[in-house]
Design a protein. Structure first.
Length: 376
């Protein structure tokens, strides 16, 4: 084996104009819902009523309470799906994403399902503004990988929220994202790949003379997800109430609901970002897998096609060792490149905060990936 690059020296670096350089260590960071859930330790500043939900909690009893119920009232179709999903959850062998997929594709229920992405967008938009004043663990993640050490990082986010983007803009204001071209622009040291969409992505539908419920009659899946994406419009509390002054039309959120067996149609990266990520992964040997279940088949399929064999992998989640080990098993079962010696892939089961506080993120940032020159 030979070194891919020298480890960083741990010193803060002057990065007035962040720019990727050939030979810079590459890191792929895969972020799931558990990362956002564990991103704040500001207990005094946290409103537990708006703690970021995991996918399995989106249509549980919580949806009938408080602010969740208030948001749900605007979307009659989402209310119906909520009731149906809640009843399904009481049956033996309930699988959340499989049940939601059935409703999304059913000849009758799919019309109701059109309200679900809008409800999810409004819910996560409210979570961002009500839950916690800051997400210091995301800030620390960005600082360790981009300032305290020298990396070119592809943040592959499965989340709809913009906590990560906010942290990047705090630490390195030059990398603030203003439009679709900024997510994976050549020369940036930090790419953000929102593979399932974002709460600040939308596309025009209908016209301002139409009620939103009438405007969505023309929406069809997956066609709507292939439309041009606007980033960062000031949509506010409810997307159904927004009228876009730029083109005098209603808007629809661009995000994919958490469905079983996601395929290419739910993998929302624009073609140029897909190409950039594929080329990045072919030269990346260092992975941090943080707060994801390993059940996103669309991402696992993409990694299987394009990833080089990693020599440093950290799996981080909350739970016991067997639960985090199961996440590693899911990645390995779908991605042959991720199989190999256990010492190449470490398990951390104290969550995002524990990973930082125990110094594991620091050690990961300094770890030196290696090229494989032997079969293992």
């Amino acid at each position: 084996m030979r070194s891919y690059d020298e480890p960083g020296n741990g010193k803060v670096q002057d990065m007035v104009t962040p720019s990727w350089r050939p030979g810079q260590k590459r890191v792929a960071v895969i972020l799931g819902a558990g990362a956002s859930l564990g991103s704040s330790n500001l207990d005094a500043e946290v409103d537990d009523d708006w703690r970021p939900p995991l996918a399995v909690n989106l249509f549980g009893a919580r949806a009938y309470q408080g602010g969740y119920w208030e948001l749900l009232q605007r979307y009659s179709g989402a209310q119906a799906i909520q009731d149906l999903m809640f009843q399904e959850s009481k049956k033996p062998g309930f699988a959340f994403e499989t049940a939601l997929r059935r409703f999304a594709e059913h000849s009758v229920y799919k019309q109701l399902f059109k309200h679900v992405p809008a409800y999810l967008r409004d819910l996560l938009h409210t979570v961002e503004r009500q839950w916690a004043r800051s997400q210091p663990h995301y800030t620390e993640l960005v600082a360790q990988l981009l300032v305290e050490s020298d990396h070119h990082v592809a943040f592959i986010s499965l989340n709809y929220d913009t906590f990560l983007e906010q942290a990047i803009a705090k630490v390195l204001p030059e990398l603030k994202i203003f439009g679709q071209d900024d997510y994976a622009r050549a020369g940036r040291v930090a790419w953000v790949l929102k593979v399932h969409g974002s709460i600040d992505w939308s596309t025009p539908i209908g016209n301002m003379a139409q009620d939103w419920d009438d405007a969505i009659d023309s929406v069809t899946f997956p066609d709507i997800l292939k439309q041009p994406i606007d980033v960062g419009k000031a949509i506010g509390h409810r997307i159904a109430d927004y009228q876009d002054p730029d083109n005098l039309r209603r808007v629809y959120p661009i995000l994919t609901a958490p469905l079983a067996g996601k395929g290419d149609s739910e993998f929302l990266l624009p073609a140029d970002q897909k190409t950039a990520l594929a080329e990045f992964l072919e030269g990346c040997h260092k992975y941090l897998i943080l707060g994801t279940s390993g059940k996103d088949d669309d991402l696992l399929g993409f990694l299987s096609q394009h990833a080089a064999k990693p020599t440093v992998i950290n799996y981080v989640a909350s739970g016991d060792e067997s639960e985090v080990g199961e996440i590693r098993h899911r990645f390995r079962s779908k991605i042959t490149q991720f199989r190999g010696r256990d010492r190449d892939s470490e398990l951390f089961f104290n969550g995002f905060g524990g990973y930082i506080q125990n110094g594991d993120l620091k050690r990961f940032s300094l770890a030196c990936p290696l090229f494989h020159t032997e079969t293992i």
